[in-house]
Design a protein around this ligand. Structure first.
Ligand SMILES: Cc1cc2nc3c(=O)[nH]c(=O)nc-3n(C[C@H](O)[C@H](O)[C@H](O)COP(=O)(O)O)c2cc1C
Length: 164
């Protein structure tokens, strides 16, 4: 089973989950970079309002071809209870996503809002078959929380669950 794990991370939490997942299930990691290159303050002053407005960032890579994979995982930090503009853009940048299994996760301070639902809708809108979603808190990440629930979804042992 070929797995592509796509994530955006500014302060390392979402990257940590993505890397733990890759260590458990294998797969290729794709780090999406927001070319706005926010400072810490800029993330709040410019990034969060953009996230709230569901904007798409200019990202690198500009195109993400997933046609060679069976399962696509998308991970986002939560900004203003929303996916980040980089992840909104990454979903638009997917090529070959139609009909693929997809799994979603986010990391947040504990108030993810509708982030998981929003990404799931966007992926479904691109034709993906969304299998489920898992929310991690910053505390989970720092305590080295297991990524078992996420790995199970990727392996297809659970269907359509939202684990918060
Ligand atoms: C601009 C900004 C907005 C945020 N908004 C929220 C929020 O609405 N709810 C929440 O629980 N955490 C919020 N957080 C905390 C992040 O979601 C959390 O630290 C996340 O793990 C960051 O991911 P990263 O380290 O991969 O960049 C926010 C952080 C930033 C920088």
């Amino acid at each position: 089973m070929a797995v592509c794990i796509i994530y955006h991370s500014e302060t390392g939490n979402t990257r940590a989950v993505a890397e733990r997942l890759a260590a458990v299930v294998g797969g290729n990691l794709v780090a999406v970079r927001d070319l706005a290159s926010y400072s810490k303050v800029g993330m709040y002053l410019r990034g969060a309002p953009r996230a709230m407005r569901e904007e798409r960032a200019v990202i690198e890579p500009a195109t993400i071809d997933v046609s060679g994979y069976d399962t696509v995982v998308v991970g986002t930090p939560v900004w203003a209870r929303s996916p980040t503009p980089a992840v909104n853009a990454a979903i638009s940048a997917l090529v070959g996503i139609e009909g693929k299994a997809a799994v979603v996760f986010c990391t947040s301070g504990g108030m993810p809002g509708k982030t998981l639902e929003r990404i799931s809708e966007m992926l479904a809108g691109r034709g993906a078959d969304v299998r489920g979603a898992v929310a991690f808190t910053v505390r989970d990440v720092r305590q080295g929380a297991a990524v078992d629930a996420l790995a199970d979804l990727v392996r297809g042992s659970e269907k359509r669950a939202i684990v918060q």
